[in-house]
Design a protein around this ligand. Structure first.
Ligand code: UD1
Length: 454
């Protein structure tokens, strides 16, 4: 069968999927990307002692965050194949987070709060990240200013100072921003007095970060609810902590079962964290069985049911699951409305899905998805991390072969996605830029197996 033509130069590594195989079996869910990145930033707050983080996902973004910490003077040592990190942040050598790393990964911006609290100053570039619409930092600035920081924004960079210790305050967030809640919570942990964050983000990653900070000696309550309270302490110490599992990875694998007519057990998936996703899977007709060990996701017989979803802050449906879920809705029986209230422009990937035969129209923040009976394999781009997940998911159900390019986005945030899917029976493999099939698993990135001693 001849491959569809692609306008872009195909001399790039890719993931190739041959669709139509029901995924069956069991797969272990990796650690949460977003919680890990926040916790790594939080580890900067430990003025003494070693921190040991377990259950980290082996993904590019964790390696990048480790590089950020190393640059700041933290010694880091990965163990257990990259899933455990020992680090010591007792000596920090600079208050400046390197611009190239911040522009590469938005979560590097989470170092602002801890550096400011720990050193009394922090310098950082404006953050980067996926291309999904405006991602302002006004709420981070509002919160840190309320705690008494002086913030000076220059050309593409920002300097924050608070030489005489931050002071607790009440902060109201106009939008329940995950990153702003994290930055304020970490800064407030060492502030003088009590900080209350109203309309705080409630994502499970915030809960994880708060639990980790408390293990370091912080006094935080209400984390994971809309009002969190931080009573500042003088000093924090290293701690041992195991990161929660990734609800986005689990959700993607569950949808892979749903879209292929499969039956997959997600070992380690956290039922409470995943409920906003699994309730919608049920609406789409899937059978969901929760247990303390994980979640079983079974496809319905026949096509998925059309389902409306509205992405909004937790406990709403997560914006990071919007794309993969929509890939499934592209095959649903009927018309689905998909609204994203978190990002204003998170539908670029629908142009790629259209190459596979999906029918959609976008009006502002809402996409109208008219289900089709079949998708057809095509050459598509993973324009960002979650778009990549949607392309792979659609490819698993499409007739024929799909080649997903720009896989670097996927490797930033998913641990060996193609290998996990292959273990469930999918015909999926990687090819290098010359089209040679790579049968050996991709090596864990060097930065996730090494030690650095500052
Ligand atoms: C985090 C997650 C990302 C997820 C997002 C929303 C990490 C590393 N990333 O990103 O995967 O998609 O939460 O669940 O954890 N906003 C402002 N001003 C600000 C900050 C945010 O207006 O100062 C608004 C923006 O319109 C943005 C929306 O809040 O579109 C959501 O952003 P936010 O919750 O801050 O996302 P991140 O923390 O960047």
């Amino acid at each position: 069968m001849s491959l569809p033509q692609r306008n872009l130069n195909p001399v790039e590594p890719r993931i190739v999927v041959r669709g139509g195989i029901p995924l069956i079996g069991e797969v272990a869910v990796s650690g949460s990307k977003n919680a890990s990145l926040a916790i790594l930033a939080g580890a900067l707050l430990a003025a003494k002692g070693e921190t040991i983080l377990r259950g980290l996902p082996r993904i590019g973004d964790v390696g990048t965050m480790a590089q950020v910490l190393q640059y700041l003077g933290v010694s880091t040592c990965f163990e257990d194949g990259g899933t455990t990190l020992r680090l010591n942040a007792s000596v920090l050598v600079t208050d400046e987070t390197p611009a190239d790393l911040v522009t590469r990964m938005r979560a590097s911006f989470w170092t602002l709060g801890p550096l400011l609290a720990r050193l009394g100053s922090a310098r950082i570039a404006q953050p980067g990240g996926c291309n999904i619409g405006a991602r302002p930092i006004d709420l981070h600035i509002k919160g840190l200013s309320a705690l008494g920081a002086d913030i000076d924004q220059g050309f593409g960079s920002l300097t924050a100072t608070a030489p005489n210790r931050l002071k607790g305050a009440t902060v109201y967030l106009d939008f329940a921003s995950v990153g702003a809640t994290m930055n304020i919570m970490m800064a407030a942990a060492l502030a003088d007095g009590e900080t209350i964050v109203e309309n705080a983000a409630q994502e499970p990653d915030i809960e994880d970060l708060g639990n980790f900070l408390n293990a370091m000696g912080a006094d935080i309550s209400g984390h994971g609810t809309g009002v969190l309270t931080v009573r500042g302490v003088r000093q924090l110490h290293g701690a041992e902590y195991t990161v929660s599992t990734d609800r986005m990875e689990a959700g993607t694998l569950g949808i892979a079962a749903g879209i292929t007519g499969g039956d997959v057990f997600l070992r380690g998936a956290n039922a409470a964290h995943m409920r906003p996703i699994t309730l919608k899977m049920r609406e789409a007709g899937m059978l969901i069985e929760e247990s303390p060990e994980g979640i079983r996701c079974v496809a319905r017989t026949g096509r998925p049911q059309a389902t409306n979803i509205t992405a909004s802050p937790h406990p709403g449906f997560p914006t990071d699951m919007q794309q993969a879920f929509t890939a499934m809705l592209c095959l649903a029986d009927g018309v689905s409305l998909v609204t994203d209230n978190v990002y204003e422009s998170r539908f670029h990937y629908l142009t790629e899905l259209a190459k596979m035969g999906a029918h959609s129209t976008v009006n502002g923040r809402t996409a109208v998805i008219t289900g089709v009976k079949r998708l057809t394999g095509a050459d598509v781009d993973a324009s960002d991390l979650r778009a990549g997940a949607a392309m792979v998911t659609a490819g698993l159900a499409a007739q024929g072969q799909t080649r997903v390019f720009k896989t670097e986005h996927l490797d930033r945030g998913y641990e060996r996605l193609n290998e996990k899917l292959a273990s469930l029976g999918a015909e999926i493999w990687r090819e290098d830029e010359f089209g040679r099939r790579l049968d050996t698993p991709i090596a864990t990135p060097e930065k996730l197996v090494s030690c650095s001693h500052a």
